[in-house]
Design a protein around this ligand. Structure first.
Ligand code: SF4
Ligand code: SF4
Length: 389
């Protein structure tokens, strides 16, 4: 049976979500998608339009799916003959961005924490301030000031200012909670959108799209696999957003790899940090940190350069807050590397750990979930495409 027939009716998924999608955002996407479905001029622009064409009506789950499939490149707005000032006022990127922001809160787990998305910028700032204060305070309470301000060199130097058990126990607890929250959010998204599993090929397709960030290449005459990029405020196309996204993603993964190798060294071989400048954890962390700093700074600039007509500024500062905390995590890690043999090691370690702990704490309630839901949307899109052939 054709999948197209299956999707002729709106998908209604019975999921107990405390915070549903914003009804006005859902209604606007639904209205616009019905216009687009009649027009179909943009069908080669991105994965959203083929997915839209498999549906005739757009229930909340469908809206959430399409919104997370859109990456806000702006191409369809600039091509649209029904964009404002036309009375149809079609603005797909902004409608999708509003629904997407609303979906983050809808799938948040536990439900009462969904409100953290609404004033995300302010919440992240408060969490960062508390994280810093607690970490610096904890160190000062645990050790004498002369140790905090002392010069410590060689294996185990970091643990002179904060015992390893405490340094490891805090992130293990925070990360376990963050992972549980994100798994639950993913599960809610998957069920609510009625995503279908199309087999391992769909998963590999989604992974390859993420690895190359293929969709951010924008549209070409031949389709959306690698083109001119996203639209900027001066109404040109640029691949800068894709490049900075890639730097951010790979920088983050290298930093994660650095921490993982360091953990392996510690527990498997008994080698204590800090490690030498040419050791694997330091090389991975340094390269990753620099790339992450460049990527997040670039994303900030690109966000400012976005065309105002396709820029959605009602997400509680979520984008900027996420970029800022990622930048601060990587930047303070590099500062720690530079100052680890000086009397500022205790202070820079406390500040770096404060940002790291804050980052993991807010991860399930920040723009980080965009990566999860987008990945799920890409799997579902690949599955639909295969099943409808
Ligand atoms: S965005 Fe505009 S031009 Fe593109 S499919 Fe929709 S209505 Fe048509
Ligand atoms: S803004 Fe870009 S990704 Fe989103 S629907 Fe339009 S063309 Fe597709």
């Amino acid at each position: 049976m054709s999948l197209i027939n299956n999707l002729d009716h709106p998908v209604s998924h019975d999921v107990d979500l405390r915070a549903m999608l914003d009804p006005s955002a859902t209604a606007e996407v639904s209205r616009i998608m019905q216009i687009c479905n009649a027009c179909r001029y943009c069908e080669g622009f991105c994965a959203v339009f083929p997915a839209m064409e498999r549906r005739r009506l757009f229930a909340e789950g469908d809206v959430s799916y399409l919104a997370n499939l859109c990456h806000n490149c702006g191409a369809c707005y600039h091509a649209c003959q029904y964009a404002p000032p036309h009375e149809f006022a079609v603005n797909v990127p902004v409608a999708m961005a509003a629904a997407r922001a609303s979906s983050y809160a809808a799938y948040a787990w536990p439900g009462p924490l969904a409100g953290l998305f609404h004033r995300n910028g302010m919440i992240v700032s408060v969490v960062m301030a508390i994280g810093l204060a607690v970490t610096v305070g904890l160190m000062l309470a645990m050790i004498a000031p002369e140790l905090f301000w002392g010069v410590h060199i060689g294996a185990g130097a970091f643990y002179k200012v904060m015992p390893h058990k405490i340094m490891a126990a805090i992130p293990i607890g925070i990360t376990a909670f963050a992972m549980a929250a994100m798994v639950m959010g993913w599960r809610r998204y998957w069920r609510h959108t009625g995503a279908v599993w199309g087999g391992w090929r769909s998963l590999f397709d989604a992974i390859s799209a993420v690895v190359a960030l293929r969709h951010l290449g924008g549209e070409t005459a031949a389709g959306w696999r690698g083109g001119a990029g996203c639209h900027t405020s001066d109404d040109r196309s640029s691949n800068a957003r894709r490049i900075y996204h890639q730097l951010t993603m790979y920088g983050f993964l290298l930093c994660f790899a650095s921490t993982s190798v360091g953990t392996l060294y510690h527990y498997a071989f008994g080698w204590e940090a800090p490690y030498g400048l040419l050791s694997l954890p330091v090389i991975l962390g340094t390269v990753g940190g620099v790339i992450l700093c460049v990527g997040t700074a670039g994303l900030f600039i690109e966000k400012r350069r976005m065309h105002p007509a396709v820029s959605y500024n009602n997400a509680g500062g979520m984008d900027y807050a996420f970029i800022a905390i990622l930048f601060l995590v990587s930047f303070t890690g590099l500062v720690l590397l530079a100052l680890r043999s000086t009397s500022f090691m205790g202070l820079t370690l406390a500040i770096h750990l404060g940002f790291v702990y804050s980052f993991f704490l807010i991860m399930p309630y920040s723009k980080f979930v965009h990566g999860l839901y987008r990945f799920a949307a890409l799997i579902a899109s690949g599955s639909e495409t295969r099943r409808s052939r």
